[in-house]
Every structure is written in structure tokens, then in C-alpha cells.
Design a binder for this molecule. Structure first.
Ligand code: FMN
Length: 203
């Protein structure tokens, strides 16, 4: 089983990348799964334009390997920092560029990141407006990682011990749920009813 972690931060050395690397280590080292990271740090994907739908060569060159990477995943972790109470623009753009062909009817664990007490708005935004046509399946469970600078650091002296141990336990449990949903939805996709030529998009 392979899980792809999508890091939605624009910042190359952002806290979301720290979270992605930590969750990848749990998936690989503790759960013996495959896990890779697709990072949007540094804004590697231009804003969507008509050339995507027209199959322009520059878009094909950029998107084909990423489509392949996402298609091979059985589930996703969608990591979103909170930027001015919103999901970062690069992550919203990601949901314009990729579709049900890569994401459809696969489970995803929302994980939001805040240096303060934020993190609830991007959960609400992802649940409200990022799944309609691509049909990604968000788990009913999500993670909101607050005061992120003081948890999940490699050096224990940099961590607030109480919050850090709570988050590590909660992350492990949430990822085990993701694994269970990924196994279940793989079987559901194989039944063949989930993709309809008649109803290509959500209502
Ligand atoms: C443009 C911008 C806007 C931000 N707005 C918020 C916010 O509204 N609420 C919040 O809790 N944190 C906000 N933050 C701080 C992030 O929580 C913090 O940068 C955190 O480390 C996660 O982002 P990162 O992965 O890019 O580091 C903002 C950060 C940036 C760069």
C-alpha cells in the first residue's frame, strides 16, 4: 500500500514539511507502508490555465509524472497550513490540476498546521470545496496541529512534552484509520460502479 502526502505549504522550509516528513516516517518505519511526499513548496505548479484542458505540451510534460505518482497512491494525507484563515492558493490550484483520475474515491486524511491556535478554517474549507469533481474521500477524522513549532521536533528539548506526546499518539491512530479506509476503498473501486461516464462530475 502506498500513501502520498501532499504538502500544501508555499514555504520550502515550512513547518508543514516537518509534519510531512514526520508522518512519512510513521507510515514507513512504524506501519511498514510505502509513503512519498508531493510538496508544493516553492510553487512548482503554475496557476491553472486553459492549456491544461487543451493538452498543451508544457502542461503534459509537467503533469504526466505527477499524475502517475498520484494514480499509484491508495490514499493521501492532505497537509494544509492556515494562511490568513484559508487554504494556501497553491493547494487550491492543485485541486484544479488533478482530477478523479488520480484522486477519485481514495481516502484522504486532512492535516492542518498552525503556529498559533488556528487550523480549523482550512479543515472547513477543504471539506466544503475541494472534493466535488475529483471525489477525494476525506476521512471523518482529521488532525489540527497547533503551536507547531513546539511539537514533532527531532530534538526532544525543543518540544512541549505534553502536546508532543499527544500529537504523536493521535497521528499514529489517524494514520492507522487511513490505512483501514484505503484497504476498504480499494475493494470498493474494484467493484467498478464508482466511476460513471454519465455522471462525470459531482452536483
Ligand atoms: C501568509 C501567511 C498567513 C498566515 N496566516 C495564518 C492564519 O491565518 N492563522 C494561523 O494560525 N497561522 C497563520 N500563519 C502562520 C502559519 O500557521 C505558520 O506559518 C505555520 O508554520 C504553517 O505554515 P508553513 O508550513 O508554511 O510553515 C500564516 C503564515 C503565512 C506565511
Amino acid at each position: 500500500m502506498k500513501i502520498t502526502l501532499i504538502n500544501g505549504s508555499h514555504r520550502p522550509n515550512g513547518q508543514s514539511q516537518k509534519v510531512a516528513l514526520y508522518m512519512q516516517s510513521v507510515l514507513c518505519d512504524q506501519m511498514s507502508l510505502q509513503a512519498d511526499i508531493l510538496s508544493l513548496a516553492g510553487n512548482p505548479l503554475p496557476l491553472w490555465d486553459q492549456g491544461v484542458w487543451d493538452g498543451e505540451e508544457k502542461w503534459q510534460t509537467l503533469l504526466t509524472p505527477l499524475r502517475q505518482q498520484l494514480s499509484e497512491a491508495d490514499g493521501f494525507v492532505v497537509i494544509s497550513p492556515e494562511y490568513h484563515g484559508q487554504v494556501p492558493a497553491g493547494l487550491k490550484n492543485f485541486f484544479l490540476l488533478f482530477s478523479k483520475n488520480e484522486l477519485g474515491h481514495k481516502p484522504a486524511l486532512i492535516t492542518t498546521v498552525s503556529s498559533g491556535e488556528g487550523g480549523a478554517y482550512p479543515v472547513a474549507e477543504l471539506r466544503m470545496s475541494s472534493y466535488k469533481n475529483n471525489r477525494i474521500c476525506y476521512l471523518p477524522e482529521h488532525l489540527i496541529l497547533r503551536k507547531i513549532e513546539s511539537v514533532l521536533n527531532a530534538n526532544p528539548t525543543d518540544n512541549d512534552e505534553r502536546s508532543d506526546s499527544y500529537y504523536r499518539a493521535r497521528i499514529a491512530w489517524s494514520l492507522s484509520l487511513l490505512q483501514d479506509y484505503a484497504e476498504a476503498l480499494k475493494g470498493a473501486r474494484q467493484k467498478g460502479r464508482l466511476f460513471s461516464d454519465q455522471f462525470k462530475n459531482g452536483m
